[in-house]
Design a protein around this ligand. Sequence first.
Ligand code: BGC
Length: 719
Amino acid sequence: MSNLWLISEDSFDPSHQHHQETIFTIGNGYLSTRGAHEEGYPEEHRATFIHGVFDAAPISVTELANVPDWLPLTVHLNGERFSLTSGAVESFQRTLDLRTGVLTRTVRWRSPQGDTATIVLERFASLADPHTLFIRCRVTPEFAGAVEFRAALNGNSDNEGLAHWRWLGQGRRADVLYLHNRTRQSKIEIATAMKLAAAQGEELAREVWDAENTPTLSLTMRAVPGQELIVDKFVAAFTTRDVASDRLTDAAVDRVDHVAGWPHALSDNAAAWDREWQRTDVIIEGDDEAQIALRFNLFQMLVAAPRDDGRVNIGAKTLSGFGYRGHAFWDTEIFMLPLFTYTAPHIARNLLNYRRHLLPAAREKAKANGFEGALFPWESADTGEEVTPTWVPHFADRTKLVRIWTGDIEIHISADIAFAAHQYWQLTGDDPWFIESGAELILDTARFWASRAEWNAARNCYEYTDVIGPDEYHDHVNNNFFTNRMAQWNIQAALDALDWLKANAPASAADLIARLDLTEARLAHWREVLEKIYLPVHPSGLIEQFEGYFQRKEVDLAALEPRTQSIQVIFGIEGTNETQVLKQPDVLMLLYLLRDHYADDAVRVNYDYYNIRTDHTYGSSLGPSIQTIMACNVGKPDEAYEHFIRAVRADLHDVRGNAGDGIHAASAAGTWQAVVFGFGGLRVTPQGWSTRPRLPKHWKRLAFKFYHRGKLQKVDLRV
Ligand code: BGC
């Protein structure tokens, strides 16, 4: 049986290197490094991102700054530099071990002059000590002479041509070199330090180059045919988000100085990963592809999840690429949070605390738009201000600009955040957190919804006009059902939370009532809005996604097959807006979140109606995992599996052709939900939990774990 923990490739293809760089991303919740090669190639997108290290950028307001590069390591065989594009590559294998996060490349290479060696490069970002990074290079020469290893730290890294770092200084302490840089605008400093140690072989010479912004160490070793040489590069990185500026370089240098050596670091890292997998792994028997792909998706989420920092979020592309510039969306709360709430509640709490800390900015946004309460930004970075770009170049004609409205009117995110906070509280029973933080998130978003509701006297109801729902193929719509219903849910949850606080934490209730001005008159208004939000449902149970949706043009999506482009590319932005085609299943998404409030028949009617109207393959990557769950709900296992495979392959197979921009995090985390809530049928209610297995025909077993009210639960479903 093949190893179900390994992701491998057996050739280097420069035309696919961006995709492969994303797939072979490693990291440790503090930082991530794309799988670019140590020696570097033209057109590569090499990058390391550290959570929270943003800097101003054109168009996107702010972006994660690609930090100084810790990877450079070149190998020279009798003076000839190893490269996959010169000499002869006699064999090539690269493998990411998902169990430990170690990336290994093994190449047998013949230099242009004919010196051959097997070169093995291993790297990992320690999960045991997230500030430390390791590369081991093993060279087995088949010739006599010398092998030189050159290792550098490179402060000239950039974001696709845009430089963020100024050079502040560099130096040497004993055998450790360090580099000190600062971002241009956000003034975040970073210190990186490195040393190069010979673990096996005879050292012939050592040299230091103190080239500005690229401190480099060179180590030359004697080459004896058949005798393996081993050299380790140890690196440490700290920023002024971690330690004060005056201690920054010391912190990095000391950490490298005290590295216990490769074997210890490797086993500490493996032990730390083992602890993660103990609770996160999902076992699928009978479907090796699904097993490996799901583990890959989980791995990428574990790599991105902040363990020790409650002031950062996970961007829509994790820390694995330049896409979306590191900005976070509702992807976190609706798609990623459940994974963490169920398997790693401390991570979920960190992510929710990020929103909690940024409540003041959400209040500012509401106020600036003429509303009360908290309106969270559609795209969020370090300050909590809205960072959605307002205008971007058109995807088909870059001389034209397209106005992006999501930052103005995709307001459902505020309810999504409240929903995730509530779900975390219900599942964990973390009352202290709820009292301290969660309740305020729910109450202040409810204030927003009540003040944003518009009274329509003719209809005798409250409305939300001019919004964008989850399905972004349609903008400027009125009464998007998802938005209206989630607003209603949010206000109800706030009223319930207040009652709970009054009974269980009266001092906190009094404090919140005073601070948020929750007078009886205001609460009465909330109740009125709640009861009168416009939420029409057809007698059959069919829900109109937004007012007038049913009048939009029908498109027979099946008739357009086979296709390789999204409907928006085929019909254009305006053209798509006029059709019924969905980017993602908006109504089904709502039925998924509020499943207990809707009858099975209603779910079936809406599934059948919207499933055939959704651009599953090329629309939003967020859709397929939710569609899996809903297909399971309506008893369509084959369709469920089709949706699932689409989701689980999204990045590995580069389904949308943009995986080079980074991991589709919502899809990756959504696959966990698809398996656990869809195929496993897990359902948690205040009375306890149950499963209703609906495994695909060929699955023999599905096993997973989750925390319920602090206790680890084990589910093992076999057929
Ligand atoms: C989707 C949004 C999502 C965003 C970031 C968009 O294409 O329509 O729902 O939040 O990507 O992943």
